[in-house]
Design a binder for this molecule. Structure first.
Ligand code: MRU
Length: 339
């Protein structure tokens, strides 16, 4: 399976997702600040993968502590640095809260033992994420029938998680059953997760994939070339509204107009029960330069104003079902979504 991120001895190793598909480069970090920067720069991205990185970031930060009396203050510093990185991804906060709870429950250990315990917890988060994704694949695979084509947006695959993927986990599970499936991946401007990452990881496993531009989806739907839409989520509100990569909402509206099912695949730790509805989800604004340029080449006048929200909100009414590791959840989400 694709190694997105892993712990090696006293360091974190991740594949640099900015360099794919041209180069398969692995980067190593020994400092939690480097991990925070890697998340901000999208060396690693995708809500579940960000969650795993945060767990390892905390473990790395604690490894550096020499005196027990500095523990609480240092932990607080590490926590606050990591939580500032990608504000929309629920899994980031879920992971940090879990690491905090583990620390509090294990304070009786010596500093050396505590460090090992925290590394173990971060490794558990990684392992459990892969198990969760396989369960999502198991529940979701029957939603994709033999001969169908699946439109996906962004990359909710191995690279967006610890491995196997959520939306692409469903695709993988259906494909492994022998179903003939065609995936349409849109480019996903501006970071091009679809063109660079989804196509790369599906191609490696010989799962048929066709690349389209972001504005081609509606036309293919009209032509009857799309059977289902399957995406991931960065955060799910209590009422079933979801935040996902910018452009998801547009596709969901198109799917409804064309009577196509629109499915969201995500682990239950993406659900934020403290957020009542989508409008309350914080949406990350990213550097205008990401839109203004492609690979260092300016597309417009350098002074042109740019708006670059990384995510949008898809209201629950457009979502046919949400697939988690616990099963398929259908509306009304307010009643049926469980933690
Ligand atoms: O900005 P990104 O690449 O982190 O955005 C990722 C997405 O929107 C994914 O769909 C989501 O995080 C789920 S990844 C399994």
């Amino acid at each position: 399976m694709l190694p997105t991120i892993e712990w090696k001895k006293d360091r974190v190793v991740m594949i640099d997702q900015r360099k794919l598909p041209e180069e398969e480069v692995y980067v190593e970090f020994t400092d939690y600040n480097q991990v925070a920067e890697a998340v901000e720069k999208m060396i690693i991205r995708g809500a579940p993968a960000i969650g795993v990185a945060a767990g390892y970031g905390v473990a790395l930060g604690l490894l550096r502590i020499e005196k027990e009396e500095n523990l609480d203050e240092e932990f607080d510093r590490i926590y606050r640095r990591l939580e500032r990185t990608r504000p929309t991804a629920r899994n980031l906060f879920w992971s940090l809260e879990r690491m905090k709870k583990t620390l509090e429950e294990n304070k009786r250990l010596s500093l050396a033992q505590l460090k090992q315990r925290m590394i173990q917890e971060a490794m558990d988060i990684e392992r459990e994420d892969i198990e969760t994704n396989k369960k999502i694949g198991f529940w979701g695979k029957d939603l994709v029938k033999d001969g169908q084509s699946v439109l996906t947006h962004c990359n909710a695959g191995s690279l967006g998680t610890a491995g196997y993927g959520t939306a692409l986990g469903v695709v993988r599970a259906a494909f492994q059953e022998g179903k003939k499936i065609q995936v349409y991946a849109d480019e996903t401007r501006p970071f091009l997760q679809g063109a660079r990452l989804t196509c790369w990881e599906l191609d490696r496993e010989n799962i048929p994939v066709t690349l389209i531009t972001d504005n081609t989806a509606g036309f293919l739907m009209q032509k009857g070339m799309i059977s289902v839409v399957m995406t991931g989520a960065d955060r799910i509100a209590k009422n079933g509204d979801i935040a996902n990569k910018i452009g998801t909402y547009t596709i969901a509206v198109l799917a409804k107009e064309n009577n196509l099912p629109f499915y969201v695949a995500a682990p239950s730790n993406t659900i934020d029960f403290n957020v009542a509805e989508g409008k309350d989800i914080p949406i990350e604004e990213r550097d205008p330069q990401e839109v203004r340029e492609i690979r260092g080449r300016c597309l417009t006048l350098p002074r042109v104003r740019v708006k670059n929200p990384a995510f949008d909100i898809t209201p629950a009414k457009y979502i046919s079902a949400i697939i988690t590791e616990k099963g398929i959840v259908r509306p009304p989400y307010e009643k049926n979504l469980k933690g």
